[in-house]
Write a protein that binds this ligand. Sequence first.
Ligand code: ASC
Length: 150
Amino acid sequence: MKKAFLLAVAAIVTAAPFAAQAQFAKPEDAIKYRKAAFTVMASHFGRNAPVVRGERPFNAQEAAANAAIVETMSTLPFAAFGPGTDKGDTKAKPEIWTDTAKFNTAKDNMIKAVAEFNAAAKSGNEAAFKAAFGNVGKTCKGCHDDFRKE
Ligand code: ASC
């Protein structure tokens, strides 16, 4: 009984570092997943650009619907940067895994800016929405400059 318990604890402790990876059967699946999450996020963020540029009228309901999706998507890709996902069909730079603290800061900055963008969209304040859009764009670009290959 005691031995079985210790074996179970040992198994859990050993498996813990692979917890994030275990969500995906193969590294390719993780890469596909994070790219898909970024694609959906970029679509619902980017479609606001014509509004911000003044080429399309601001529609509070539409802005809020898009921003809510962007916020939901914003945290999802990061469980998919586990070990072994640095190789393959990816533009991810090795620095993600060698300068992880910096990558995590960039990630946190983006998630925070997106939350502020969603709050601004919900408020219906067009000027706040446009300013928050710009702030999110900066965090996208900053992370791409440092951590995504051309
Ligand atoms: C987008 C999108 C990005 C960012 C970035 C901002 O709409 O797809 O990756 O904005 O271009 O500089």
